[in-house]
Ligand binder design. Structure first.
Ligand SMILES: [Zn+2]
Ligand SMILES: [Zn+2]
Length: 396
């Protein structure tokens, strides 16, 4: 037993270690200590100020800010600016405040440096000093005068998405080997993200086993249990097959990826992730999952290949989807309550996902489901048959 305890403890401590290493707080505090050449207890507000100024002049900021007197005000380029010090590429005031100052503040808090900063004694939290606050305010003013508008995520328009999916389809067809498979996976993830409507980044955490295929292969429903950005009440959503009415169908594209992975690398999708990370030799990286950054990088590369890139991020997919092509049925909620909540509590979760798809209800008769039966075993069997990838998959 002691061995088991030790093993589990080591596992947990490793996790803490990695978490600490990855935290932005530690990264920025580390930078600040190196930059000032001081220990965290000796850092003064002027060190923090110089660090923020460094961030504004070292080219790490991406927002073009012209000086109020620059004739090029409003232009997205600095090329013709007369004074390249007054006009430059900087961090926005907000991203500096949230992305850097607040991270540093947490770092100071962790060692007990809290509260108002006292410049005479150099005590307290140096990020709360007047000097640092005034710098952020100065940046706000500067950017306001420069006409910088707050940016929102660029949306992925339907027409562009259609072009993107068409290009990727050709790409999958034209390629061979693992490259082909990896593109097929990315294509499936993009289709998933666009059609899932709500939020992104969940793709990397979906278990194949938790995916439900709707009766008559009408669509897929996903149950996501862990996704930092996904804050739906049920963590459950899905989409219908739209191959007859839309240029591409996420449900069919995901099936294509599954079929290809089964054929090429013998993934069964009985267990494991629906979108695992793959090595270049086609083996699965079991410890790794798709993260926001991986998806962003791949998306940028793939869009650039077809000259479609205009600053899209995985957030851009949010405004996509198949909402307007949803079928209309009737009385879904009642039917689900009657039929499924009785047999298993997970049905309740899935039913929420289906409700998203069929705001007006789902026509169970059309799908060939006899809802007059309320026998628990019978219904549980029926639900088992809905498991999306348990058998060899649907006929396509
Ligand atoms: Zn300028
Ligand atoms: Zn489909």
């Amino acid at each position: 037993m002691q061995i088991l305890i030790n093993k589990r403890r080591t596992q947990f401590l490793d996790h803490l270690c990695v978490k600490k290493r990855q935290s932005r707080v530690d990264v920025y505090i580390g930078f600040l200590k190196d930059f000032s050449g001081k220990q965290i207890y000796d850092i003064e507000d002027s060190d923090v100020l110089d660090f923020l100024i460094l961030k504004d002049v070292n080219g790490s900021g991406r927002t073009v800010v012209h000086h109020r007197a620059c004739p090029r005000l409003g232009s997205a380029s600095l090329e013709y600016c007369l004074d390249k010090t007054k006009c430059s590429s900087r961090h926005t005031a907000n991203s500096m405040r949230i992305g850097i100052v607040q991270k540093l503040r947490k770092g100071f808090e962790e060692v007990g440096r809290k509260g108002q900063y006292d410049p005479t004694m150099a005590k307290g939290d140096p990020t709360r000093s007047k000097l640092v606050q005034e710098y952020i305010a100065y940046k706000h003013l500067e950017q306001g005068e420069s006409g910088i508008k707050p940016k929102s995520a660029r949306s992925m328009h339907r027409i562009k998405m259609d072009k993107f999916m068409a290009n990727l389809k050709l790409e999958v067809r034209g390629r061979k080997g693992i490259v082909k498979l990896r593109i097929a996976e990315r294509r499936a993830m993009y289709a998933f993200c666009y059609s899932a409507i709500k939020r992104l980044f969940g793709a990397g955490n979906i278990l194949a086993h938790n995916t439900i295929r709707m009766p008559n292969n009408a669509g897929l429903v996903f149950n996501v249990t862990w996704d930092k950005t996904l804050r739906m009440d049920s963590h459950c959503f899905g989409f219908l097959c739209v191959k007859e009415v839309e240029p591409w169908c996420a449900h069919c594209i995901i099936d294509e990826w599954v079929a290809l992975a089964r054929e090429m690398i013998h993934l069964t999708f009985q267990d494991g992730l629906l979108f695992p990370r793959l090595n270049y030799d086609g083996t699965v990286k079991h410890g790794k999952r798709w993260r926001a950054k991986d998806i962003s990088d791949s998306l940028e590369r793939d869009l650039k290949r077809y000259h479609l890139y205009e600053g899209e991020t995985p957030h851009s997919f949010r405004h996509g989807g198949t909402v307007d092509s949803l079928k209309k049925g009737k009385n879904l909620e009642k039917t689900m309550c009657l039929a499924y909540m009785k047999s298993t509590s997970t049905a309740k979760i899935y039913s929420k996902g289906i409700t998203h798809l069929f705001p007006a209800g789902f026509d169970w008769k059309e799908a060939g489901v006899d809802t007059s039966k309320t026998d628990e075993v019978d219904l549980a069997c029926q639900m088992q048959a809905w498991k999306a990838f348990v058998s060899e998959g649907p006929t396509m």
